[in-house]
Ligand binder design. Structure first.
Ligand code: ADP
Ligand code: ZN
Length: 731
């Protein structure tokens, strides 16, 4: 990698910009010079664009025509290690560097003038008269020493209104000052409040601490059943990392989980860490970006793109719920945050912890092969035990049509209601009904732009396309035969199930948890907290409830359709069903009372359903691994998915056929091409989609071959080609 260089005014520098050009641009260094990694503003045509000085210029342009860098931005220069990381991700995912730079600069107004805001700290005065509210403010100011707060922070920490603080300002008790907006984050104290760990946990924590203390790269799979204390254990590794003076990053799969998590971190380290995800304001994002770069944010909790923040000294990355599919970005740069965490850690000699109750087969196999270390937590913390699992054979339950809750499940729920405990119904389908059909002509209502059925959302009184988001009112007449009043919903979604359940249990308090039923993350959070307090008897939820929420009163989980995930031909269908069912079941019995999980299934003898019920996880993975190995598919072989899309179906197919025919460079590395075939979702947003699949041996130099292969073809202006390395979904 290029060494660190300094360029004097007028020297030629090569600048990587965020513009979609596949090369560096030459500029002259500005007055005062600049160094490699400097963030700069450069002229491009009539515009000014953001760039990073990547190295010396090429010098193959007419020197007289080369323009000067406009200015060097007041941001920490990009570290060599970060440039290396971006380059490696670009090579791995076949992404242009300009797109990588965009991903790494997702903070608005980076170069902007430093804006100011009011901050508050202890002043010299004493209050004229003491009140409870005033005392609380003073306590907070004392507790945090000389720290300054924003008005909101101080009000929140003290639990008072801002007018109390304003009153104290008037008396000089609190001092109001102007300060740069981007304040450092409060200090996190690794020794603040550690929990007493169980023997099992302490042993795991010790291993993780030791690997962090080594200061070297390493990855550990932290596997433990839900409720075993994985979080408590990896927080010990975070503490060690802080004690070493290094920064830590914790990735979470779902924004809705951050609030609860931040509270836990605060309890452990005495203050809240930095946050980075789509729910964070633009100003906070910029603050985070800058402070991370200056080492003034010790811990960042975030979504996958936090991986591209400019850490000064990153020592640990935790990927929580590492099996979660949302770690794979599925548009723009197609990267897996889990896999790229490992790459990032390699670039800066950091440790990675992959935490999960149901790891991905990839991580499990890496641990088997000795590439990753492994720490297991085998029992739940405290009195909590794993739930009893059972299947309900739906072939023997004679349910009337349009009914989905078996007699057996109804009886179990009634028992819970009598005992004052909660029950959860799980169904992995949003909306009212997955299909709307005309009983006069048989027409199914489909999206105008996609090859997908419209899903009725009765709560919002609309039909929605889950592919493109298009929605329209539910029509009175069939769009095909125009007969009125014959449109009927077919199959259950979470809203329809809720209707049935309210009928079956008219006196129960029912809460429905589906991501689209809440206007805001806050409303959702409040609902989740209310449920945790016991303010519902029955919870009906989609995939959202599988992820990490703690409901202490919940003792029964009923899965409406355990077979649903097994129907597809997806490579990971078995793995995903296994993970999801185990996760959902794990919601039951997290406190002192033992839980039960019941799976409604039409094929309880299916090996995957049997593995879920028996809880023989190692057995399941062994079998699954053996099958994948025999088929030469991931993680034992490599794959790339090629999607060609175009409004013109023929153009997409022609390119696909052409690519499949001219596959020499792929055959040279022993790779095979399959397709072209219409993608399972053959049209999205009016674009026709054609897929090819490339399969290769694990050791084959796949990316290089794919790059050479795809470069051979002329791609029409209305055709798009995307290459997905290690695809997670085949739609
Ligand atoms: P996981 O991440 O494996 O699901 P958590 O770390 O969330 O498990 O732990 C489950 C619950 O048990 C949490 O409420 C947690 O605070 C509590 N817990 C786990 N270990 C301990 C411990 N050693 N001391 C006190 N509470 C603990
Ligand atoms: Zn659509």
């Amino acid at each position: 990698m290029a060494e660190q260089m300094f360029f004097n005014q007028g020297d030629l520098v090569g600048v990587l910009t965020t513009q979609p050009l596949d090369r560096l641009l030459d500029y002259k260094a500005p007055e005062g010079g600049c160094e490699t990694g400097a963030f700069v503003e450069v002229p491009l045509g009539p515009r000014k664009v953001l760039g990073v000085v990547w190295g010396p210029g090429q010098g193959d342009y007419d020197r007289a025509k080369i323009r000067s860098v406009i200015r060097v931005l007041d941001v920490e220069p990009m570290r060599d290690e970060m440039r290396q990381f971006l380059g490696r991700v670009a090579d791995y995912t076949l992404t242009p560097m300009s797109a990588m730079l965009r991903l790494a600069t997702r903070a608005p107004g980076l170069g902007g003038a430093v804006s100011m805001r009011k901050i508050y700290r202890r002043g010299k005065g004493e209050p004229d008269r003491q009140t409870d509210a005033r005392r609380k403010v003073l306590e907070v100011l004392e507790q945090y020493g000389g720290l300054a707060f924003t008005l909101k922070e101080l009000a929140d920490y003290a639990g008072v209104t801002s007018s109390v603080i304003k009153g104290l300002v008037k008396q000089g008790v609190v001092r109001e000052e102007d300060a740069p907006r981007d304040l450092p984050y409060p200090y996190l104290d690794p020794k603040y409040a550690g929990k007493e760990l169980t023997e099992d946990q302490a042993e795991g924590a010790e291993k993780l601490r030791a690997s962090v203390a080594s200061g070297k790269y390493g990855t550990t799979l932290l596997k433990g059943v839900t409720g075993s204390g994985k979080t408590e254990v990896y927080l010990e590794a975070v503490a060690e990392c802080l004690a070493q003076g290094r920064q830590a990053l914790v990735l979470l799969p779902e924004i809705a989980l951050t609030a609860e998590f931040l509270t836990r971190l605060e309890a452990r380290f005495g203050a809240q860490p930095a946050e980075w995800h789509s729910g964070v304001t633009m100003t906070e994002r910029r603050r985070c970006f800058r402070m991370v770069g200056q080492g003034a944010a010790q811990v960042v909790v975030g979504a996958r793109s936090a991986l591209f923040l400019p850490f000064q000294n990153l020592g640990l990355i935790v990927v929580d719920e590492e099996h979660d599919t949302s770690y794979k970005q599925d548009d723009g740069v197609l990267y897996s945050a889990r896999d790229m965490s490992v790459m990032r850690a390699l670039c800066c000699s950091a440790q990675v912890i992959l935490a999960s109750a149901t790891p991905s087969l990839e991580s499990w196999a890496n641990a088997e092969a000795g590439k990753y270390a492994r720490v297991d937590l085998v029992s739940r913390y405290g009195a909590a035990q794993m739930p009893d699992m059972g299947a309900i054979d739906m072939r023997e339950e004679k349910l009337p049509s349009n009914r989905w809750v078996s007699q057996r499940l109804q009886r179990e729920v009634n028992k819970r209601i009598e005992a004052g405990e909660q029950s959860l119904f799980f169904i992995n389908r949003r909306g009212y009904a997955p299909m709307t059909i005309c009983r006069a002509c048989g027409h199914q209502i489909a999206c105008d732009h996609c090859d997908a059925r419209m899903v009725e959302h009765r709560f919002q009184k609309r039909l929605m396309c889950h592919q493109c988001g298009e929605s329209k009112p539910v029509p009175d007449a069939c769009p095909s035969c125009e007969v009125e009043g014959k449109l009927a919903p077919v199959g259950p979604g979470v809203e329809r199930l809720a209707e049935e359940i309210k009928e079956l249990f008219p006196d129960a308090r029912v809460a429905v948890l589906s991501s689209d039923l809440f206007g805001s993350a806050r409303a959702l959070k409040e609902q989740i907290e209310a449920i945790a307090r016991g303010e519902a008897d029955i919870i009906i939820g989609t995939q959202l409830v599988a992820k990490g929420h703690n409901f202490p009163h919940l003792t029964l989980v009923g899965v409406i359709d355990a077979d649903l995930g097994l129907q597809g031909s997806d490579l990971r269908a078995a793995e995903r069903t296994f993970q999801l069912m185990r996760q959902v079941a794990g919601r039951a019995g997290r406190a002192a009372k033992k839980g039960t999980a019941l799976l409604q299934s039409y094929q309880p003898e299916h090996p995957v359903i049997r593995a879920i019920l028996s809880g023989d996880e190692e057995g399941f993975w062994q079998t699954e691994a053996a099958e994948r190995k025999a088929a030469g598919v991931p993680p034992y072989g490599r794959m790339a998915g090629i999607v060609i899309s175009s409004p013109d179906m023929q153009a997409a197919f022609d390119l696909g056929a052409n690519m499949a025919r001219q596959d020499r460079v792929l055959r040279d590395i022993g790779a095979q091409v399959f397709g072209p075939a219409p993608a399972p979702i053959a049209r999205v947003r009016g674009r026709h989609r054609v897929r090819l699949l490339v399969k290769a041996d694990k050791a084959a130099p796949l990316q290089a071959a794919l790059a050479r292969w795809s470069a051979q073809f002329r791609i029409g202006h209305n055709v798009r080609l995307s290459i997905d390395i290690d695809p997670q979904s085949f739609l």
